[in-house]
Design a protein around this ligand. Structure first.
Ligand code: ASP
Ligand code: MG
Length: 411
């Protein structure tokens, strides 16, 4: 069997017309000789009757404290409704189809309700039905503990189901269908000339996804990456090839001089961050650093963009945690300088590793626009800069012009 995983998001199954389109894509895959295994999300978005957020709000509206275990059972209903509806659409199109819950599909997780991790997949049921020539439709986002409790995989977790099944079944591809044409070089609402990427590496898409591009769940990418299974992000509404996500060797294949290939793949951003700067200078410097970090850790505050030197400690937190972080620091007698309304802009590209001048290009692009860099940091695929929120869009456009727009043919 040549297995093809097709995952359909909530906006791909929310009208009878959309479901017909999905059914036709499933059938087309069969006609091409694939055995499709379909993973679905709950129908629609908040406000639509069976969307995950609607189910959550329905109960929380009256009962603010619902236990995580029961919440998972409730949330798992969305994908069941969606999956059965799609199964009916495929049957109506004249094909045999069968629906499986996460548990029935053998998605076994740990006990971490609401954010469970898949610990193994027992794909026997899926394989058996697929061998009987049935289209197997699996509820995304849900699994079961070894003891039989239903769990969910964290918001956006249907991608993770698709990836895990892809690995367990040795799929040819994991196709993630959505309402955009693929992964873009920047947010098209900010950059008019943003382009759809033909290919990106697993690392690049993880960076883009962690930093805000919401097209795919980074956990899903980590899973397919381990087994080197190619993933494609495609639009349900077009026949465009979408974006292929694969390993570095495939994406940069045939490149003799990496500096002549694309250096930067895309630009992405996270808003609503607060920067803290704390002076720790003095004799007790090391002790102070320890006290500072342990008090924030004890309060469960997650830090980002951390910078420590002999004089000060700098980091960012999400805006909603800024007040709490200030209070904790003041309680342990620090006087932080707090810089609200910041945004982190990430310039991502596996091709930048070892290439001189990338930071120089970033500085050139931003200073030309009179944008102050408040902080910078880098890894081998990404350079991050922190800027004021009001400069964010201008910064993204400047970086896109500098690195992407002029190198169109390399994408
Ligand atoms: N329905 C779930 C959610 O809204 C899972 C998903 O859509 O991937 O988070
Ligand atoms: Mg999603």
């Amino acid at each position: 069997m040549k297995i093809l995983i097709q995952k359909y998001g909530g906006t791909s199954v929310n009208t009878p017309e959309a479901r017909e389109l999905v059914a036709s894509r499933v059938i087309a895959a069969r006609e091409e000789g694939y055995t499709p295994v379909v993973v679905v999300s709950a129908i629609g978005r908040l406000g639509e009757p069976y969307a995950t957020d609607t189910l959550i709000n329905f109960v929380r509206h009256t009962y603010s404290e619902v236990s995580p275990r029961e919440m998972d059972l409730l949330m798992s209903c969305g994908e069941i409704i969606s999956g059965i509806t799609l199964t009916a659409a495929i049957q109506k199109a004249g094909h045999q189809a069968i629906f499986l819950t996460g548990a029935q599909a053998g998605i076994i997780t740990d006990h971490n309700f609401n954010e469970a991790r898949i610990i193994k997949v027992k794909p026997e049921n899926v394989i058996r039905y697929a061998r009987e020539d049935k289209v197997v439709i699996v509820a995304g986002f849900q699994g079961v503990t070894e003891e039989g409790d239903i769990t969910t995989l964290g918001r956006g977790g249907s991608d993770t189901t698709a990836a895990a099944l892809g690995v367990a079944l040795g799929a040819q591809y994991v196709d993630i269908y959505t309402d955009v044409e693929g992964i873009m070089t920047a947010d098209p609402r900010i950059v008019g000339e943003a382009q759809t990427l033909k290919m990106v590496t697993y690392d690049e898409i993880c960076q883009l996804a962690y930093e805000g591009a919401k097209v795919i769940h980074p956990r899903a990418v980590e899973i397919v990456m381990q087994a080197n299974i190619p993933l494609r992000v495609k639009s349900i509404f077009s026949n465009a090839p979408g974006t292929l996500v694969t390993n570095l060797g495939e994406v940069y294949k045939g490149t003799i001089d990496i500096t002549r290939d694309r250096v930067i793949t895309g630009i992405t951003q996270i808003s609503n961050l607060t920067q803290f700067k704390i002076n720790t200078e003095g004799e007790e410097n090391l002790k102070q650093q320890r006290r500072l970090f342990s008090s924030l850790a004890l309060a469960g505050i997650s830090l980002d963009f951390i910078n420590v030197n002999s004089k000060e400690v700098i980091f960012t937190v999400k805006e909603e945690l800024a007040h709490k972080a200030s209070q904790i620091l003041e309680n342990v007698s620090f006087t932080p300088e707090v810089n609200y309304n910041c945004a982190k802009v990430a310039t991502v590209g596996a091709g930048m590793s070892g290439v001189p001048g990338v930071m120089a290009g970033i500085v050139e692009a931003l200073t030309k626009e009179e944008i102050q860099i408040l902080q910078a940091n880098d890894s081998y695929t990404t350079i991050w800069v922190l800027v004021k929120q009001e400069d964010m869009e201008k910064a993204i456009r400047a970086l896109h012009r500098q690195f992407v727009a002029n190198e169109k043919e390399k994408r």
